[in-house]
Design a protein around this ligand. Structure first.
Ligand code: GAF
Length: 382
């Protein structure tokens, strides 16, 4: 892919790219819809991601071309007010990163840019976070800004919030910026501190894409955020991270039923996420698997973000695992992917079984990826 991107740059701009950068997509092992509640998440970076090839210009024009969008071009000048372009939605992730870095007082050089990614789109594996993180990393390196992992994640998240109209939390950007080969990140979304936890070599990370595209994610995602905010208010805290399960039970009468169940998911998920990460550290795999299973039940019943196809995949795999592996929906919900942590030797059989049963029930095959945790955003060459 790296070679493909630099070759495409040469044929599009008739000159060689002088440097290239990469940022990955992510999968979340556990900790769903907790990030925007200042809670805990446990994602890892993947092998798929966004590649960016660049050559610096001697003016202040930013010219970008996207391989995933039929080599569509977009451009803007690097002045104080870089605006969104409603006719070119993918460019807004890049425009947003530029705008925010300029607003922070940074000087940015003009560039010719070619972007192409291989994260499956619409599957909830963070193709958009990998794009904004890759571009923030690119700008940091080209302009010697010295952005840290957290700076890159923050700027990429703000670009998505303010320029792409997605009110996501910070998990995806942080995992993409700070991932480490062989590890998942236990991230505290309150202060963005993280702890790298090694994933045993003997386990495969299986990702099963239901191929149910997350069309409703925008409105449903925002509804869940609103439910959480309403719950926090009724509990007398500014954010659910500051609430406890005891508090939730004591004040149950003051919450509507939905707010109560949404809050119960978030509070129990924070606890499960920390227990899962600690258990992985001490090789207590039964606890890792149980927390994943409980997480799925909570997302299905309390947070109500699963769909029948996703529940079917989880139940099918769980039946095969016989308590020797964990499985749950991953990501924002309403379609997308299931993640399973399974012993290497079981992975092929699980894939074959779930493909056959899913195809029989839903008349389409899921896409299955066998993954390992990989490094986060990086320079490919310069
Ligand atoms: C999406 C969001 F972008 C993340 O910030 C996170 O909230 C996730 O859904 C749910 O855990 O990926």
């Amino acid at each position: 892919m790296q070679k493909k991107v630099t070759d495409r740059f040469l044929s599009i701009y008739s000159k060689n790219a002088t440097s290239a950068y990469f940022a990955p997509g992510r999968v979340n092992i556990i900790g769903e819809h907790t990030d925007y509640n200042d809670g805990f998440v446990f994602p890892c970076a993947l092998e798929f991601g966004t590649y960016i090839a660049v050559s610096v210009r001697d003016d202040n024009l930013m010219r970008v071309c996207a391989g995933n969008f039929n080599d569509e071009f977009n451009q803007w000048t690097l002045n104080a007010d870089v605006a969104t372009d409603p006719s070119c939605l993918w460019s807004n992730y890049l425009r947003g990163v530029c705008s925010l870095l300029l607003a922070q007082g940074n000087c940015l050089k003009g560039m010719d840019v070619y972007v192409e990614g291989n994260v499956p789109r619409g599957a909830g594996l963070s193709s958009s976070a990998s794009l904004s993180v890759a571009f923030a990393k690119t700008l940091s390196e080209i302009n010697n800004l010295g952005l840290t992992i957290n700076d890159i994640a923050r700027v990429a998240q703000s670009a998505e919030n303010d320029f792409a109209g997605c009110s996501c939390g910070i998990m995806d950007q942080l995992a993409s910026a700070g991932g480490k080969e062989g590890h998942a990140l236990l991230l505290d979304c309150r202060d963005l501190s993280f702890d790298l936890v090694s994933i045993p070599e003997a386990l495969d990370i299986l990702i099963i894409d239901s191929r149910v595209e997350r069309n409703l994610v925008g409105s449903e995602y925002n509804d869940r955020r609103a439910d959480c905010e309403r719950a926090a208010q009724a509990l007398g805290v500014s954010i659910l991270r500051d609430a406890t399960l005891d508090m939730l039970e004591q004040k149950r009468e003051q919450l509507d039923e939905l707010a109560y169940r949404r809050a119960r998911h978030v509070l129990t998920e924070n606890d499960r996420t920390q227990r899962c990460a600690s258990a992985l550290k001490t090789d207590d795999l039964p606890t890792v698997y149980q927390t994943m299973r409980d997480s799925h039940t909570s997302m299905r019943d309390d947070f109500e973000i699963t769909v029948p196809e996703i529940d079917f995949i989880v139940e099918t795999i769980d039946a095969q695992l016989n308590n020797d592996g964990g499985v749950r929906m991953t990501g924002g919900g309403f379609g997308g992917c299931v993640v399973a942590l399974v012993p290497n030797e079981k992975a092929q059989a699980i894939e074959a079984d779930v493909k056959a049963k899913y195809a029989e029930k839903f008349a389409k095959e899921p896409n299955v990826y066998h993954c390992k945790a990989k490094d986060g955003a990086r320079v490919l060459y310069s």
